[in-house]
Design a protein around this ligand. Structure first.
Ligand SMILES: Nc1ncnc2c1ncn2[C@@H]1O[C@H](COP(=O)(O)OP(=O)(O)OP(=O)(O)O)[C@@H](O)[C@H]1O
Length: 607
């Protein structure tokens, strides 16, 4: 198949960070898909031609001068006339009628091949790319096998075994074309799956189906549309080729069968080749041009799928208010004896977290601090239930509000993530999907997780943007991620994290990617949210300055173990563990300032 089917088209381009001014971008994205398609002259022309062709072949019984097989041998090879505008063929049949009826078989056959290829290739590609694992390996193996088969030989063999039925041959062609869709979709999904905004969507409590529907399909649809046009063209070409070689169905009129008949009489009536040849050329050309124009129109705007369904179960949206004063503090998060292991194909499992104990009480900010690779993120991911592929909790317990979360089914963990626990990631920009506006990225998860209407979610999103002190929230809702600053992006993510009124916020190095001034503003925002709303916060950081500034208590991690816990005051000013002391010594703030630079000669004279 590899030599017959098209190579995977390149994934669609992502919006460039500073591609166009905001106003231009917004102007460009106005209008629905049909309008954007028709604004492109090539799109309008190719869509028009294809529409005309489809309408003509559908209306064949009404507009064709006669039945496709009605023949008058005396009129063989007659030229065009008023009754027969394209003339008659070698058997005295009306060429226009055969073209119209033949189009039904040719286009219908391509449609069947496409349907089979899409139905087999796209869902399996999505699943294999998103889930990876054994299914991916097995599917790749099967696909490589099918792609190694020469399409024409398989079609000829199928005809010999299954009989001269063009529809059956088109189903076989669909099976042969499915790997091209599989490989295309799988490759894109495997890349997009690693994007941080997909992780962020998981953490916000969206189900896999919703994530695929919202963040993955939008990236896949452009290339799939191009592939559809290419495969449709190939299906039409292959079918015509089989008929031309005389190994098609033989009995019914098709464009390929017309070519075959015209070729046998090429010396006598060369014009007979023209009509089916033109029909094939125009259809394939229009398909390719339409695919390109459609892709361009789709990439102009990456809005959410139109016409969202009303949510099935409505959960009252939490009110954005400060909680009532709690009684004595019982731990909101309690981690006991947590170990995290990674299975390795070529050796024993690797343990990266060794028996961690950790508590966060309501309204408390606990810093989890340690050098790079000490296991902070693995601990946080264990609480969130989003350990990377290959990682698992080896032993121990993680309770949230007294409820054990280790071993919880994914569905329940997701509910917990979307509600009680929220997550603020390290790199704000990478955690926002460049294809959607800020408003859409706040509204959609709320609609699905809280089960509220779009209007309610929009009002709530505006409230959240005000809560995180974003100026002009209405305007910000309409902007794309590349149109806002890193600090604003982090505020948007914090707003998203607060949208379900969580009790526990896990912030993983929330200020690392920001400049110092913005860092201070974001930290102040976290402090205010914690104070006003009684949030428990687990702050993952390697920055002891942030710890001293923000945290009530601190747990210091080294090589996967907690080596010291205490109040921020005690850990920063009177560390007990040598590792904590070395971490503090590595902070340059208290180091004496270096002497002003002097030229070598000056130094030698002063010494
Ligand atoms: N996917 C993985 N497979 C195997 N080991 C991993 C994987 N991810 C992380 N580790 C290991 O787990 C250990 C802890 O990593 P972790 O990401 O928790 O460190 P960290 O303290 O959060 O560091 P940083 O501040 O750089 O993010 C490291 O030794 C790392 O090599």
């Amino acid at each position: 198949m590899s030599d017959n089917l098209p190579a995977d088209p390149a994934p669609p381009p992502r919006p460039a960070p500073d591609s166009a001014p905001a106003s231009d971008t917004r102007a460009a994205v106005r209008g629905g898909l049909p309008r954007r398609l028709l604004r492109n002259p090539l799109g309008a022309a190719s869509a028009g031609v294809l529409l005309l062709l489809v309408v003509a072949v559908l209306l064949a019984p009404l507009i064709a001068p006669q039945a496709p097989d009605a023949s008058a041998l005396g009129a063989a090879f007659e030229g065009p006339s008023a009754a027969h505008p394209l003339g008659m063929d070698s058997a005295g049949r009306d060429i226009l009628s055969r073209l119209l009826y033949g189009g039904r078989n040719t286009l219908g056959g391509a449609l069947i091949a496409l349907g089979v290829a899409l139905a087999l290739g796209v869902p399996t590609g999505l699943y294999a790319g998103y889930r990876a694992g054994w299914f991916d390996s097995a599917a790749n193996w099967a696909v490589n096998l099918v792609m190694a088969l020469p399409a024409m030989v398989v079609l000829l063999a199928s005809r010999a075994i299954l009989g001269p039925n063009v529809w059956v041959l088109m189903i076989v062609l669909g099976v042969l074309a499915a790997p091209s869709f599989f490989r295309l979709v799988r490759g894109i999904v495997a890349n997009v799956r690693k994007e941080l905004y997909v992780d962020a969507a998981k953490v916000s409590g969206l189900s896999d189906a919703r994530i695929v529907g919202r963040h993955i399909l939008i990236v896949v649809r452009g290339p799939v549309i191009i592939q559809v046009a290419l495969v449709a063209g190939i299906a039409i070409g292959l079918q015509a080729g089989l008929e031309f070689l005389g190994v098609g169905s033989g009995s019914s009129a098709t464009w390929g069968a017309m070519l075959n008949e015209a070729f046998q009489n090429i010396q006598r009536a060369p014009l007979l080749m023209l009509w089916p040849g033109l029909a094939l050329g125009i259809t394939n050309g229009a398909l390719v041009l339409l695919a390109g124009a459609l892709r361009d129109a789709l990439e102009e705007r990456g809005g959410p799928p139109a016409g969202g369904r009303s949510p099935r179960r409505a959960r009252p949206a939490p009110v954005l208010e400060a909680p009532a004063e709690a009684g004595p503090r019982s731990p909101l998060l309690s981690v006991r004896g947590l170990t995290v292991v990674y299975d390795r194909p070529d050796g024993p499992p690797k343990q990266v977290v060794h028996g961690v104990d950790l508590d966060v009480a309501p309204g408390e900010i606990v810093g989890l601090v340690g050098e790079s690779g000490s296991g902070k993120s693995q601990t946080a991911f264990s609480v969130l239930g989003i350990l990377p592929e290959g990682g698992r909790i080896g032993s121990g317990s993680v309770t949230v509000n007294g409820r054990e979360t280790v071993g919880l089914p994914e569905r329940e963990h997701r509910t917990l993530r979307g509600g009680t626990i929220a997550y603020v990631p390290q790199e704000p920009m990478s955690n926002l999907d460049p294809a959607f506006t800020i408003g859409s990225q706040l509204i959609e998860p709320m609609r699905h997780v809280l089960g509220i209407t779009r209007k309610e979610a929009r009002t709530r999103a505006l409230d959240l943007l005000r809560l995180v002190e974003i100026p002009s929230p209405e305007r910000t809702m309409r902007l794309y991620p590349h149109e806002i600053s890193g600090g604003m992006a982090q505020r948007v993510l914090i707003a998203g994290a607060m949208s379900c009124d969580p009790e526990l916020l896990i912030a993983d190095e929330p200020t690392t990617a920001l400049d110092v001034v913005v860092q201070a503003e974001v930290l102040e925002l976290l402090r205010r949210l914690q104070r006003d709303r009684g949030l428990g916060v687990l702050l993952v950081t390697h920055n002891l300055g942030v710890v001293a500034d923000l945290c009530d208590r601190v747990a210091v991690m080294s090589a996967g173990r907690i080596v010291e816990t205490g109040t921020a005051e005690q850990v920063v000013h009177a560390p007990r563990d040598p590792y904590t002391r070395s971490l503090l010594e590595a902070v340059l703030d208290d180091a004496p300032p270096r002497e002003p630079w002097q030229p070598r000669e000056a130094r030698s004279t002063t010494v």
